[in-house]
Design a protein around this ligand. Structure first.
Ligand code: BG6
Length: 473
């Protein structure tokens, strides 16, 4: 089972359970393309691009992405070749319901049926996520996540997905990184609708949490026997020092960016510190009677953890102007820890132990909830320069990145963590929201001019790891 065999004086073999989930994750907008085909309705990304193309890196949108809509058979065959036993897709809400609600698009039903069937035929378990940042435009026009009517529309959409695909899908996720649309769309201006307003951000966050609980409730009411969860990007918050001010500041960041979603999703309650903070800021969301009981009852079966980097926090040194509208950063400062390891190609810190700290926290404080690493990965700008003469990127840095995270995950597993798998972000280089194709993440390289797929060195390494149920390092 999870043993660590000693192979040489220095090297160890890290062995994982035979039923461990190995694979990758992707999302509809970032891979499918066909943004204006097959009866899909516009979502906020299609709309925002039309309004402000200059806000997109290199002026490139997701119209083609990695063309998964047309090439899914080829891509799934490649996943099979690389040994995947699981793969995460998301359903494009505006492909299934072009207006977000009401009339369904039969071409979309056919497409997702074909993708799911193809995955199953390849012995790859489909993990299906319902919402990955892609609000249908028609629903954004009536308020997006600020609107209770959109929560209702989402619940109907979720129920429809369970009834259409739930006979074959047994791993469901209500949201991917629901804090990101809050941050991007309502606090820091990197997603549509580009609002900067803490109180509105809180309402959006609250409705996302409520919608997740409603979808979980709807799933439990079906006869289906699979599992349903949520995928959260967790960012362990480390204080600069053990001084009371730094420690308190790191706790506040943790409450705002992690526990705000983690506690209601797993424990069914909101942290008291969060409620106090929102009350002080006059930013408590509108809650309807019965909501809190519903959230308490409908917690997740399974938690997806997206882990990229930690937060380094120190006490707020320069207080904001008393009239400045409240922002989370009024309560702490970020801190550039000297000597921290950075990804030189992306500018994000690499801190492998973060994954162990997250898993330990879940084991100790969240009932050892069943979980898996649903995203982890290394974005690399200018990766073409590492291509060999056959076009295969020699990405030893990515192998090292994955292996060192897996080592810490393995240690958590040995200590009793309930972690069940590891998905890399992502299978194939894909389009990203802010950065288009600047940062490459895949096991498979994508030639944008020809759409040619070429497996990178890390893809071959991962295949071997799966075959051997582990690796030596
Ligand atoms: C992850 C998101 O946090 O970051 C992905 O879940 C995104 O959707 C990825 O593509 C990479 O982002 P970037 O900005 O480095 O391309």
């Amino acid at each position: 089972m999870n043993q660590t065999e000693v192979t040489t004086a220095k090297e160890q073999k890290y062995t994982f359970p035979a039923d461990f989930w190995w694979g990758t994750a992707a999302s509809a907008t970032q891979t499918e393309g066909a943004a204006f085909e097959g009866g899909k309705g516009p979502n906020i990304w299609d709309h925002w691009y039309e309004q402000e193309p200059n806000r997109f890196f290199d002026g490139v949108n997701a119209t083609v992405a990695s063309d998964f809509y047309y090439r899914y058979e080829e891509d799934i065959a490649l996943m099979k070749e690389l040994g995947h036993n699981s793969f995460r897709i998301s359903i494009s809400w505006s492909r299934l319901f072009p207006e977000g609600q009401g009339e369904m698009n039969p071409t979309a039903i056919d497409f997702y049926n074909r993708v799911i069937d193809e995955l199953i035929a390849a012995d790859i378990e489909p993990f299906v996520n319902l919402y990955h940042f892609d609000m249908p435009l028609a629903l954004q026009n009536i308020g997006g996540w600020e609107s209770r009517a959109v929560v209702t529309a989402y619940t109907e959409y979720a129920k429809t997905c369970f009834s259409l695909f739930g006979d074959r899908v047994s791993k469901w996720f209500t949201h991917n990184e629901p804090i990101v649309p809050v941050e991007g769309g309502y606090l820091y201006d990197f997603h549509y609708p580009n609002v900067v307003d803490f109180k509105r951000a809180v309402q959006v966050a609250y409705h996302s949490i409520l919608s997740s609980a409603l979808a979980i409730q709807a799933y439990k009411e079906t006869e289906q026997t699979g599992e349903i969860g949520i995928i959260l990007n967790l960012t362990p918050s480390y204080p600069r020092s053990q001084n009371a001010g730094d420690v308190k500041a790191a706790q506040v960041a943790d409450v705002l960016f992690n526990r705000s979603f983690l506690d209601p999703s797993v424990l069914g309650t909101f942290p008291a510190e969060l409620v106090d903070l929102l009350e002080q800021q006059g930013a408590l969301p509108e809650v309807v009677q019965g909501d809190l009981e519903l959230i308490a009852k409908n917690t997740v079966d399974l938690l997806g953890i997206n882990y990229y980097q930690p937060r380094r926090i120190k006490v707020k040194e320069h207080l904001p102007h008393p009239d400045a509208p409240f922002m989370p950063e009024h309560l702490f400062d970020y801190y550039e820890m000297p000597g921290r390891k950075m990804n030189p190609y992306r500018g994000w810190e690499i801190y492998e132990k973060g994954i162990y700290d997250i898993l330990t926290n879940l084991r100790e404080n969240y009932g050892n909830i069943k979980c898996f690493v649903s995203e982890n990965g290394m974005g690399v700008e200018g990766e073409e320069r590492y291509r060999d003469e056959d076009g295969s990127v020699q990405d030893d840095y990515r192998i090292d990145f994955i292996a060192s995270h897996l080592q810490w995950m393995h240690r958590a597993l040995e200590e009793g963590s309930n972690v069940k798998g590891y998905h890399l972000w992502t299978f194939m280089d894909n389009w990203s929201w802010s950065n288009a194709y600047k940062n490459r993440y895949g096991f498979v390289g994508l030639d944008l001019a020809t759409q040619k797929r070429t497996v990178k060195k890390s893809g071959h390494w991962f295949k071997q790891l799966i075959e051997e149920q582990g690796f030596t390092k």
